[in-house]
Design a protein around this ligand. Structure first.
Ligand code: PBG
Length: 326
């Protein structure tokens, strides 16, 4: 019996590239960079092989390594010199991210995005100001409205330092609107906001929390980050950020949430970003280390899949490796 349809005709070597629907380019990728105000030397992040925390003095060199691969954008995370209840080093003019941004934007051509959150700066590791009694009462958590005012200061201080784009990741209600109006008031109307619009309360952030020293000292983030069970809620969350003025819409994590990436792509016209997070990276590295997977192949396939699902840009720890191999 002969088949009537032969899709294999389009899989010969000559035509395969012509009918390829998705392509990856180094300019789709954003590389995370960890700048550590407490370090004088680069330090390998154990659970994220190939990634390091770098001291301020090395921040420009680190970004140059990235741009040499063809990746043009970085997202900065800071490890501050000290922490307190309010996370006040997050908006200090001489804070670690502010200083790194000044150096990197004056000495490189990289497009510099900053993560705006308080969890790396608060002594309790939560993403905002705590409600009274939160340490001992699991029903209490971060005070949404008090936190907005602090995030506003953080965003403006990053933009004052020269950040090209602001990426708020705290999952506070009204966050995008508060930051947009704060940036506008400070004369930063042209600084876009990439909102972590649908950010889940995910166990895949583990290695990052080691890297950035931002794990909550008690409890978890389930009262502000989204429940992994919910996709329709993601749609509502993203719609709010659109209405509040977000320029780019991010879904995070990426691979376990490609249904959400695809829905955001179909439902909104804005650029869609996906964050291929630390746990997604660590899993593949660990398996490759045991010889169970080919790292280059699975990294490429992962990013291609994220793009195929609808992401325009991908924040990924694979950025340099994949860009080099393209
Ligand atoms: C800060 C922030 C986190 C990540 C990015 N920004 C940690 C968290 O929400 O707990 C995670 C990134 C990753 O796992 O690669 N709020």
């Amino acid at each position: 019996m002969e088949p009537r349809h032969r899709p294999r005709r389009l899989r010969t070597d000559g035509i395969r590239p012509l009918v390829s629907e998705t392509a990856l380019s180094p300019t789709d990728l954003v590389a995370p960079v960890f700048v550590d105000a407490t370090a004088d030397e680069r330090a390998e992040i154990e659970s994220m092989p190939g990634h390091e925390r770098v001291p301020l003095a090395e921040s420009v060199a680190r970004v140059r390594e990235i741009t040499d691969t063809g990746v043009e954008a970085v997202i900065l995370f800071g490890i501050p010199d000290s922490k307190d209840d309010a996370g006040s080093r997050a908006w200090a003019e001489d804070g670690v991210v502010q200083r790194a941004v000044r150096r990197i934007t004056s000495e490189t051509d990289a497009y510099v995005i900053t993560d705006v959150c308080l969890c790396e700066y608060t002594s309790h590791g939560h993403c905002g100001i705590l409600e009274e009694g939160a340490e001992s009462d699991p029903r209490l958590t971060v005070d949404n409205d008090a936190t907005l005012e602090r995030l506003d200061r953080v965003a403006v201080s990053h933009a004052d330092a020269g950040a090209d784009m602001i990426a708020p990741s705290g999952m506070m209600d009204g966050m995008v609107e508060a930051l947009r109006s704060g940036l506008d008031r400070a004369g930063h109307e042209d600084v876009p906001i990439m909102s972590y619009a649908a950010k889940y309360e995910s166990a895949f952030y583990g290695p990052f929390r080691d890297a950035a020293d931002g794990a909550p000292a008690f409890g978890d983030r389930r009262h502000y980050q989204m429940n992994p069970a919910n996709a329709r809620e993601a749609h509502r969350e993203v719609a709010l950020d659109v209405e509040e003025g977000a320029d780019v819409l991010m879904v995070k994590p990426a691979l376990p949430y490609l249904d959400v990436v695809a829905d955001v792509r179909r439902s909104f016209d804005h650029p869609v970003a996906a964050y291929n997070v630390s746990g997604e990276y660590a899993m593949l590295c660990a398996a490759a280390d045991r010889g169970w997977l080919s790292l280059e192949a699975v990294a490429h396939e992962s990013l291609l899949s994220i793009k195929r699902a609808g992401a325009d840009l991908i924040i990924t720890y694979f950025a340099e490796d994949v860009a080099r191999s393209l």
